[in-house]
Structures are given as C-alpha cells and as structure tokens.
Design a binder for this molecule. Structure first.
Ligand code: ADP
Ligand code: MG
Length: 385
C-alpha cells in the first residue's frame, strides 16, 4: 500500500475530526453508522456527509452498505494516516520514502525527519492473514472482535515499542526507538543486510558465538526473543556487527513455555549456520544453565519486569500471544523456510574451513550432550493456551 505523507498536511480540521470520529466509532461498531459519526464529531449531519465523501475518495474510510444501516469503516490507509499524522504533529516524522519490506504482518518504509535524516517506519498489519483461526478459538476479543485488525496491530506495536525501549536503554544491539503511535513504530534506520542475504562471513564461528551470547544475554535479563532467526538479525554493512529487530513475540523467561521458546531460538541459529555456512558446533546454550537453580533469571536487571511496569499490561501480552499462537496453528502464515531458495544459496556459500570451525570462544555455552535430547520436543508447539 502506498503511503502519502504529503497528504498529511492537506487535511482540513473538520475532515480530521470526522476521520477521528470514525476511528472512535469503530471501537464498538464494525460499520460505524453515519449518524454516529456526526454525533461523535459534533458536526451537523449535512456537513458530515460531504466531509466523509472526501475522506472516502482518498480511501481513508470506505462506505459499507448494510442491510440495517449505511455506514463507514476506517481503512488501513485511514489508520496509517492517523498514526503518521500524530508523529508528524510531534515532529518526529516529516516525509515518507520507499517501502523496503513487506513482512508477514508488517510494512516497512524509509521515512525522514524535517532535516532529511532517514528512519524506519514499521506499520503493523495483524489480521492481514485472516482471523479465521482466532474466531474458531474462544472469543476473547468480545465486543472488540469487529475492530480486531486495528486493535491487534496496535497491541503489537505497543509491545514492540515497550521491548525495544528497555532493550535499547540497556545497551542491547537493537535499533534506537524514536516514536510510536497506534500501530506504528518509528526507529533508527540500520544500514545493514539481513543475515538471510549473506552467503559468506569472515568467521562464522565468531558470529555464531556472538549470536548465542546474545541469546544468553537476553535470558539473563529475563527475556527470550522468540523469533531469533536470519530474517530478524541485521548485519551492519560497515562493521559486520549484528543488530536484532522484530520484538512483538518476545516472552519472559518466567513464561511457562520459556524453555521451549529459548530452545527454538537456539535451534534456528544452529540450523541456519549448518545450512548456510556449513558451520556446526558442539557448543550451544542451555536454558537451565542460564537460570539460577530455582529457574530465575540471574542478570543484574530484569527487563521483563520493567516492561510489565512500563504500562504494557499482562492482559494485552496474553491477548497478543493467543493471536500469534492461533495464526501459527492456522498454518496460513506462509512458511519463512523456503527450502528451494535455500539450496541455491547453499551452493554459493563457501566452506568456512577447519579454522573457523574451531573458533568457539563461547563463554556462556555448554557442551552438547551425546544424544541430541529435545529435538522432538522442538517441533511441538507450546502446550498452553
Ligand atoms: P516483520 O515483523 O514483518 O518480520 P521486521 O521488523 O522483521 O518485520 O522487518 C522486516 C524487514 O524490514 C527486515 O528483515 C529488514 O530487512 C527491514 N528492517 C526492519 N527494521 C529495520 C531497521 N530499523 N533498519 C533497517 N532495516 C529494517
Ligand atoms: Mg521479521
């Protein structure tokens, strides 16, 4: 979807009022009746019709003819507009450039501030896939079901923002978070390639250790990334330093399935290094050895606790988790593991050689037990939910 930031400056105060009224009305109505829009916006009925017509022409709202009544729905475009306008009002964002990514559940754009400094805008798009799976599950959304794509996308952005902030404040290698509004996050642009696109590195062993150490560092601080893979690790173009992105699925180490998530992150890296760099190590971190004996994170600070205290509620965390779980079980998410593509990548990747294979300076890693315990468990989804 094309974003148009120039439009942001050309909306009238009344149009904006009407657009906001449609957003507010959609909290309780799948299709917001025109009379309600008039009521919320506090404008006369006749005036509203004209304003809403011009919003519809710009695809910020869309008209829905119902058997019971006519009304309007806020579109993705309308929601994007409201979020970008909020940022533009706060002067964090000024113009929109090219789209650089279409994720499963997000769109990524290069944007700029008034001085032309480049940043990244991530627009969450939960619900693009389908809510079929969720609807089959219990109806935890209640009345909100109608506005679910908006609601879930906003929750994802709020969660990602909360985590990115505490991680950045504690010197984890993540993009600097700049602003958040509705379903959008504004962050530092990282000049990098995703690890996924890299066929050769100077020392796979060293990178492997750095990434495993990072998983351990997360865990010491009470966190598990939950989607720690070659798509979400960016390798800086200049320095080769890895930067981690994409946090809506992070979990606390006190989550009941923490060990499962932890192992999955570790396994993603091991599998990728085996396939791409033909690098395999007997050393990799174990969840239990990163925790104290009674299973508590051992670091000096607990970022999971800080996030709960930051205003992102446990209840919201749970709702989001159930959504993600449902989408994954639905299987409609389109596998990230395109093996066809991988094999051609592999043929180009060079053998890293004996030297780097032995280059395992991994302080926090422990020995692989003789039999690969837990392999089967890894393919099972978490039990709960
Ligand atoms: P999704 O949740 O859809 O996977 P991500 O946050 O992983 O979204 O971003 C998708 C892609 O966009 C990344 O793989 C990366 O190529 C690019 N990207 C995301 N954030 C940044 C950033 N801060 N700097 C540079 N590129 C980014
Ligand atoms: Mg991603």
């Amino acid at each position: 979807m094309k974003l148009d930031a120039t439009d942001l400056r050309y909306i009238t105060a009344d149009e904006f009022r009407v657009l906001t009224a449609v957003e507010m009305g959609s909290k309780n109505h799948e299709v917001v009746p025109t009379v309600l829009i008039a009521q919320i916006s506090g404008l006369r009925n006749g005036g509203v019709n004209k304003l809403i017509g011009s919003l519809a022409k710009r695809n910020l709202v869309s008209k829905v003819q119902n058997s019971k009544y006519d009304g309007y729905r806020l579109t993705y475009g309308g929601y994007d507009f409201l979020a970008m306008r909020a940022m533009s009002k706060r002067d964090t964002m000024h113009s929109v450039g090219n789209q650089i990514g279409v994720g499963k559940e997000s769109d990524i754009y290069i944007v700029a501030d008034a001085e032309g400094n480049e940043m990244v805008l991530k627009l969450h798009r939960l619900g693009r896939i389908s809510f079929r799976a969720i609807k089959e599950k219990r109806d935890y959304l209640g009345k909100r079901k109608s506005a679910s794509w908006m609601y879930m996308s906003r929750l994802a952005a709020q969660k990602e923002w909360a985590f990115m902030k505490v991680l950045h404040e504690h010197d984890f290698p993540v993009p600097r978070p700049i602003d958040q509004a509705r379903h959008c996050i504004l962050m530092e642009f990282i000049d990098a390639y995703p690890l996924r696109q890299i066929s050769e590195v100077p020392s796979p062993g060293k990178l492997y250790s750095t990434l495993m150490d990072l998983i351990v560092r997360f865990a010491h601080a009470g966190l598990i990334h939950g989607d720690f893979n070659e798509f979400n690790i960016l390798i800086r173009r200049e320095s080769g330093i890895p930067i981690v992105i994409d946090f809506p699925q992070m979990v606390s180490t006190s989550h009941e399935n923490a060990e499962w998530y932890f192992n999955r992150d570790v396994e993603c890296i091991r599998t990728f290094f085996k396939r791409r760099f033909r690098y395999e190590s007997a050393l990799y971190p174990r969840f239990k050895s990163t925790m104290s004996e009674d299973g508590v994170a051992t670091g000096d600070f607990r970022l999971d606790v800080m996030v709960s205290a930051s205003g992102f509620k446990q209840k919201d965390m749970k709702i989001l988790e159930e959504y993600m779980e449902a989408v994954q079980l639905d299987g409609s998410e389109g596998s990230e593991d395109e093996s066809e593509d991988d094999s051609s990548d592999e043929s180009q990747a060079e053998d890293p050689g004996e030297e780097s294979r032995q280059n395992d300076e991994t302080s926090a890693l422990v020995e692989d037990p003789p039999e690969q315990a837990g392999e089967d468990e890894l393919s099972d989804p978490p039990r709960s939910l």
